[in-house]
Structures are given as C-alpha cells and as structure tokens.
Design a protein around this ligand. Structure first.
Ligand SMILES: *Cc1c(COP(=O)(O)O)cnc(C)c1O
Length: 419
C-alpha cells in the first residue's frame, strides 16, 4: 500500500481542541472507560442448563443432541439435511470435499472473507481464484465471475459478507450454466433472508459457523446445509474419518461380517461436534430470532444517527436482502483512504470502541503470495474496500448506552480528524 504522508503530520494539528472534544489518542478523555468489543456472545441461564444437563448425561459426544441440533437448524433454514461440524472451517473443508473437489481444480470466491474460505480449497490441493467485489456491499461482483471460469473450475463460492446474502439467483444461474457446484459461505448470515428465503437455503450447499461472534454460538462449531442426499452422505462420512457404518452403504460384503463392521471409504477427519456444544446450539437457536431482531435494531439506529457524520459511508442494503448484521462496516471516504482508515481506527480504539477490520484480502496474506499465486489477483475494488473498511461493534446484548458511545465516539473522531 502506498504511503503518502507520515501519519504524525496528520495528527499534529489536533492539539488545539478543548478537553472534552480532545481525542483520547491525543491525551483527551476517552468516550468510554472500558473497551466495547465488536462482537460478543449472549449466554443465558437456559443455555447453561442445557449444557449442564448434557454434561451429566451418558453422551458427551456422538450422542442424541447432535441429530436434534441438525434437525432444528435444517427446519429453521428450510433444507432437508444438516451436518454439524467442529467449526465453520471444517464445514467448508467438508463441503468442498462433498462437491468432489480434486487437486489441481479451482474454486472461485471473493477475497473479502476470512482466510478459511480459501484455505479449505488448499487443504484439498485445489487453487482459490479470486473474483472482485461490489464496492457497496462487499459481496462478490457477479459480473466478474464468468471471466475467471476455466476448464479447471469446480466450485463457485458466494460469501454473505457482513450478514447480507449474496445474489444467489444470479450466482446459481452462472454455476448451473458452467456445471459448477454452488456453495454459499453463510457464516455471517444465519437469520438473514434473500428474496424472503432464509440465508443458508440458497445454494447446493451452505456452510455456517457458530464461533462466539457469529449469529449464534456453540463455542466452536459449524454446519453444512444441503437438499442433496449424495452430498449429505459424503458430508457425514468425511466428518468421521471417512468411515461408513450403515449396512446398506458398505462396499465389502461378507456373510460373516457382524454388527462391529464398518469401513473407511474415504480419507476423512475427526471433525465432529460434541453433544455438549450441540445442546448449547439447540438452546441458542431458539433465541436466534431475537438476536437478529436486536442486531437489526442496532443497525437501523446507527443508520439514522450516522447521517450527519462526515468522512464515512455505509454499505447499501439491497432490496432483495435482509441482512443478519453480523458486522456493521463503515467505509472511510477521506483520501488518502488507507491513512485515514488507520487514523479513524486508532482514534476509535483509543476512545475504547473495539473496532475491527474485515477483511485483509485473502491474496494479501504472505502464505498466499508465496505459495498460492505470485501473480496479482487484479481485484481493485477489494483492495480499495480493504483500505477504507472499519467494523463497528454490533451484538445483541449491546445497551442503548453502548450504542450512544459508538455514535458519540465516531462523531468526535470524525470532527477531530477532518476539521
Ligand atoms: C467465521 C468464518 C469462517 C470460519 O468459521 P470458524 O467457525 O471460525 O472456523 C469462515 N468464513 C467466514 C466468512 C467467517 O466469517
């Protein structure tokens, strides 16, 4: 990234402010005494009771809670099959495996995502190929996709960035036309909708994450959703060493084979979720609609109150989408973008607002530059998005005081830095 002027020069003229408006980064009093994180889980007594009940049961793992959890998520999202995994990352690995991804093949995805969306292709010896994003949503730009399809392309991945579903109809049509498997990384969007349909129900397979900052949590955890029984079978065995136990699916048959018999048909992993986690998941799922309502309330409050703040832009909400608001990104408009983003970021952190950046484009990580592709990915909108993005705190248990603090701090920082 270009360096245009040292940051300290931009900070220097800020010392003439009175005490109250003096930025904390310049020695003023911070808006908050303690750090407000950008995301946080919400665990109540019922959640705790369910976990304790499971801990005292006969099964800590591979028991009845997993299937119950899978059924309830499948029902919530409106798909036939759900397979719980140990994380969103292992769910991605499972989904790419189930799609039949082989070494040397290619996976198309946008670079504004967590590295795992690309890494799971590398686990199988395949190559992630990056398509640029729409600047106003952070989601894959449908127009860039077909140019990047080659004979080796096997999977097209849409990422529901910040909780707003990607354009699944358009992406699904491209996938169909080119005979690709369409997968949505819905780690951000559980509880959101696309054209009135639940996020997670819109692709050949969709993956979820239950990391504590996501829509709902199981500690660590993930899931793959699908309507296709062939994918379902492969997802089940891959999660557990590639081992098949169901007698009607066995390859070897022998009349002296007994009930002990099982066989390893693929090279799978131990990617199982525990029953303890599934019990927490079942309880959290019941609370999910309230979580999403609260996230959307906070977002709408932010949208109302940020209108008068200079130097920032908000993402567009598409007519077809209702975001689950996993993130609330703002985009810095003041040039030079990368410098002002760093100033806003550092100044907000000093005010004790726990901002984050989502994401460093995956191809910018040294591993990708050294080991995946030395040639540039040519995604100018992704680079520009990265240079100007900051994620503000948003999570269901935020109080109205917390929301006020974010608005006050952002206003203070904007005025302090831009005048
Ligand atoms: C969180 C996340 C993942 C990975 O999920 P884990 O449960 O942390 O492994 C994958 N993709 C995206 C877009 C995510 O936000």
């Amino acid at each position: 990234m270009r360096i245009l002027a040292p940051l300290k020069d931009l900070k220097m003229n800020l010392n003439s402010q009175n005490k109250e408006s003096k930025l904390a980064i310049n020695g003023g009093t911070p808006v908050r005494k303690t750090l407000l994180p950008y995301g946080r889980q919400s665990i109540n007594q019922t959640d705790l009771d369910q976990v304790c009940r499971t801990l005292q049961s006969d099964w800590l793992t591979q028991g009845p809670e997993i299937e119950k959890f899978e059924k309830s998520v499948a029902q919530f999202v409106g798909v036939k099959y759900a397979v719980a995994y140990s994380s969103g990352t292992s769910a991605l690995h499972g989904a790419y495996f189930a799609a039949g991804l082989k070494a040397g093949e290619e996976v198309l995805l946008a670079p504004i995502t967590f590295a795992a969306t690309g890494n799971a292709a590398l686990y199988l010896g395949a190559t992630p190929i990056f398509c640029d994003i729409e600047p106003d949503t952070g989601n894959i730009d449908v127009k860039t996709v077909e140019k990047k399809i080659s004979k080796k392309t096997k999977i097209l991945v849409g990422i529901d960035y910040s909780g707003q579903p990607c354009d699944a109809d358009e992406l699904g049509a491209i996938a169909k036309k080119h005979n690709l498997v369409f997968i949505v990384d819905a780690a951000h969007s559980l509880g959101g909708t696309y054209k009135g349909k639940p996020a997670g129900s819109l692709a050949d397979m969709s993956i979820l994450s239950f990391h504590p900052v996501k829509s709902m949590t199981t500690g660590e955890g993930g899931m793959v959703l699908t309507n296709d029984s062939k994918y379902y079978d492969r997802l089940l065995t891959f999660r557990s060493h590639g081992i098949e136990k169901r007698s009607d699916k066995l390859v070897n048959t022998d009349e002296y084979q007994g009930a002990w018999y099982h066989e390893m048909q693929d090279l799978g992993f131990n990617y199982r979720m525990t029953d303890i986690q599934a019990a927490l998941g079942i309880s959290q799922l019941k609370r999910l609609p309230d979580f999403i309502t609260r996230r959307r309330e906070i977002a709408s409050e932010y949208r109302k109150r940020f209108g008068t703040i200079d130097g920032i832009e908000l993402l567009a909400e598409k007519d077809f989408a209702e975001s689950a608001y996993h993130l609330f990104p703002i985009l810095i408009t003041k040039e030079p973008l990368a410098q002002y983003r760093k100033l806003f970021f550092d100044a907000l952190r000093a005010e004790n607002i726990g901002v984050q950046v989502h994401y460093i484009p995956v191809y910018r990580h040294p591993f990708y530059q050294d080991k995946v592709s030395k040639s540039p990915s040519n995604c100018p909108e992704s680079d520009r998005f990265y240079a100007r993005e900051i994620s503000l705190p948003i999570f269901p248990s935020m109080s109205s005081t917390d929301i006020n603090d974010v608005v006050t701090a952002l206003d203070k920082v904007s005025q302090g830095l831009l005048k």
